[in-house]
Design a protein around this ligand. Structure first.
Ligand SMILES: Nc1nc2c(ncn2[C@@H]2O[C@H](COP(=O)(O)OP(=O)(O)OP(=O)(O)O)[C@@H](O)[C@H]2O)c(=O)[nH]1
Length: 316
């Protein structure tokens, strides 16, 4: 075998490999006309190399934003440096359908791409090579992971029975609100509330009847509070409401509405009608309150005073 034949063979094999490799290869000239189009690009676009050769990239693939692409490519031509795009910035360059069985949830193939300057014999960049990587598996797993993490974060802050925020998260929000108040001095109030004689409900009608009452009260709390208010289950039959931006007057009005809604409600549970009442304690933040724990404690004490005075009332 002569040297030339062996070199020709190597070239042929190299071309075969490039044609069959599992990444997209495209060569563009200075006018963005396609010169090379490998098997990956053919398979995913449904267009044969002879159908695209010499044609404008932007006419064939109008999903590619021309201005953005040219800005990127011109820097490659000019500076003779590589450039990259990742799926997080732009999900894909070519709008290819996603056929992968495992990541079938994605409609389109997520792509990373590299722009490589191709030097001529004279050292000029006359062409550009685009390499397209199918990163759908990675992108979908990362998105799934982010979604699950976000769901877990919400779950870790939520009380399962009431659907309100749990004790720890509520305390965390209260600390943040206290710090915010230290800077802005905008009013804010804490409303603590507790079901009166809750143990009796459990003892007379069973624990699940008690659970039903907790769910009912949580629903009323959600109904009566505003979007920015942070409503939590403080523990057992105690609830804590952080009324952000509310002074004592608005807090009192809300507390009274809630108290009346509770005392007027009848919960149909199995064959019994359940009625209950709540005691409430309200404290608007003021300069004498040194930290968020004291603020919560003062509201708790006010609520206990309301209970002591007979229940079904507000102490502010
Ligand atoms: N059903 C139900 N009961 C709970 C839950 N958590 C705590 N409890 C019960 O809540 C009751 C609270 O009792 P107490 O602290 O004496 O409160 P109370 O009966 O409301 O008495 P006062 O606060 O004086 O009005 C206890 O019987 C606990 O077992 C829960 O998630 N579900």
């Amino acid at each position: 075998m002569s040297l030339e034949t062996s070199q020709l063979n190597e070239l042929h094999w190299l071309m075969e490999m490039l044609h069959n490799i599992d990444v997209g290869l495209v060569v563009l000239d200075r006018d963005y006309h396609i010169q090379i189009w490998n098997g990956f690009m053919e398979n995913h676009s449904g267009l044969l190399p002879r159908e695209v050769k010499g044609k404008s990239l932007f006419e064939l693939f109008d999903e590619i934003p021309q201005d953005w692409f040219k800005r990127k490519a011109e820097s490659v031509f000019l500076l003779k440096n590589k450039a990259f795009t990742i799926w997080e910035q732009r999900p894909y360059l070519f709008k290819f359908l996603n056929y992968r069985p495992i990541t079938g949830t994605a409609d389109y193939m997520y792509q990373n791409s590299t722009f490589i300057p191709l030097l001529s014999a004279t050292g000029e960049v006359t062409h550009l090579c685009l390499i397209i990587y199918d990163v759908t598996d990675n992108a979908v797993s990362k998105q799934d992971l982010e979604r699950v993490n976000a769901e877990l974060a919400v779950l870790s802050q939520t009380d399962a029975l009431s659907g309100l925020v749990n004790h720890d998260h509520w305390q965390h929000c209260l600390q943040a609100e206290y710090k915010r108040w230290s800077r802005s001095q905008k009013p804010s109030s804490v409303l603590m509330l507790s079901i009166d004689n809750f143990k009796k409900i459990n003892d007379s009608h069973g624990f699940s009847a008690g659970d039903e009452v907790i769910r009912h009260l949580s629903g009323l709390i959600r109904e009566h509070t505003a979007e920015g208010d942070i409503c939590g289950r403080y523990g057992g039959d105690d609830f804590a409401l952080l009324l952000t931006g509310s002074d004592a007057a608005r807090g009192k009005a809300l507390a009274e509405q809630l108290r009346k809604a509770v005392s007027g409600a009848i919960i149909g549970y199995k064959n019994t009608d359940l009625a209950y009442s709540i005691s409430l304690g309200l404290v608007e933040i003021n300069k004498d309150i040194q930290n968020s724990y004291t603020w919560a404690e003062l509201a708790l004490n006010a609520m206990l005073a309301a209970k002591k005075a007979g229940g079904n009332r507000l102490q502010a």
